[in-house]
Design a binder for this molecule. Structure first.
Ligand SMILES: [Zn+2]
Ligand SMILES: [Zn+2]
Length: 338
């Protein structure tokens, strides 16, 4: 089979690779129907994270089950499945607590930009749809495997409630899906921070009521203007930079909450400042598995359409162009089809 391999910053190649094999009874092999490039894939691509030895890439996927290990009984070959970027057995204490992305047997997916993928912990990770979904629903189901699930978690971690005010820091795919989540969870006012016209437009389409294009101190002041001078109830931090975290913490009101889902890169939180802010802080890799059945239903019923974040679709063999387009911000998110 063939798949994407990163060799160095800026150097992603589509190469011949060994076909994945079942190595444990809890594994499954899927044939990829769609995969994509994630904002977090850009960290090594941009040289902001070490690449190390050449290695496969990708952690977002939907596919058809090809083969299952002996302990995988709830999905069968031929079924269409959605999974999560963090695999989980769905039976350990952390999984039962709803924290599948802290599963005691967790493995992070990292080989999904390929024609076939081995899914560890397939018994607890994969959720099958009834029948094969229409092709037009595939992008939204793919979004559920990470960005929509992550946006959903950001909104819950920030404790978005009916009638509340939510601020989105970050206008990438996760931030935009966070707008959908905030709307679905009943936020009355949704303030999206974005400087890019096409992303502002999509944010509004997803339910944003206000757009703030300023950043830094000006951005914080603008959010305060819009929230009675005190800040928002909930802030979803969907970037992972020090600037974004600062923006988020200062945009929340005393008693408000920040949900942070951007993988932190050189983020420092000042303890004294946090102490006096009265802001609650919860982040981490989203327990997407917890939300899969609900989010799949919302997609299949047409209630949400997070697949709109994919504004570029390429054949999988052009994966390098997908990285390039996202790096140059010509695309919000690139969908790849084998
Ligand atoms: Zn991702
Ligand atoms: Zn577990």
């Amino acid at each position: 089979m063939r798949g994407a391999v990163i060799h160095a910053p800026g150097d992603v190649r589509f190469e011949e690779l060994d076909n994945p094999k079942i190595s444990r009874p809890t594994d499954a092999i899927i044939r990829t129907v769609a995969t994509c490039v994630c904002g977090s894939d850009l960290w090594p691509y941009r040289g902001l994270e070490p690449v190390g030895d050449p290695h496969p890439m990708g952690h977002e996927y939907v596919g058809i089950v090809e083969e299952t290990g002996s302990e995988v009984t709830h999905v069968k070959p031929g079924q269409f499945v959605v999974g999560s970027f963090a695999t989980s057995d769905n039976t350990c204490a952390n999984c039962l607590g709803g924290w599948q992305s802290s599963c005691l047997h967790r493995e992070f997916m990292s080989t999904c930009q390929a024609e076939y993928v081995r899914i560890p912990n397939a018994h607890g990770t994969l959720v099958a749809t009834d029948g094969h979904p229409d092709g037009e629903l595939v992008p939204s189901l793919l979004a559920v495997s990470d960005v929509m699930g992550t946006g959903w978690y950001a909104a819950l971690a920030a404790e978005v409630k009916p009638g509340s005010t939510a601020v989105l820091v970050g206008d990438g795919a996760v931030g935009l899906c966070g707008v959908i989540a905030a709307r679905e969870l009943g936020a009355e006012r949704i303030i999206a921070m974005s400087r890019h016209e096409s992303r502002q437009k999509l944010a509004r389409e997803f339910g944003a009521t206000d757009i703030v294009s300023e950043r830094g101190e000006e951005g914080i002041a603008r959010v305060k203007d819009l929230t009675g001078g005190i800040g928002a109830d909930s802030v979803l931090e969907c970037v992972g930079t020090a600037e974004a975290m600062r923006q988020a913490l200062h945009s929340a009101r005393p008693g408000g909450n920040v949900g942070f889902v951007g993988v932190p890169h050189e983020v420092q939180v000042d303890g004294v400042e946090l102490f006096f802010s009265h802001v609650g802080l919860r982040g981490g890799p989203a327990p997407v598995r917890r939300y899969l059945p609900d989010l799949i239903d919302r997609v299949l019923s047409g209630r949400i359409n997070p697949g709109k974040v994919f504004d570029l679709t390429l054949p999988l063999d052009q994966v390098a162009e997908g990285y390039k387009a996202m790096d140059e911000r010509r695309a919000i998110k690139a969908l790849l089809k084998p």
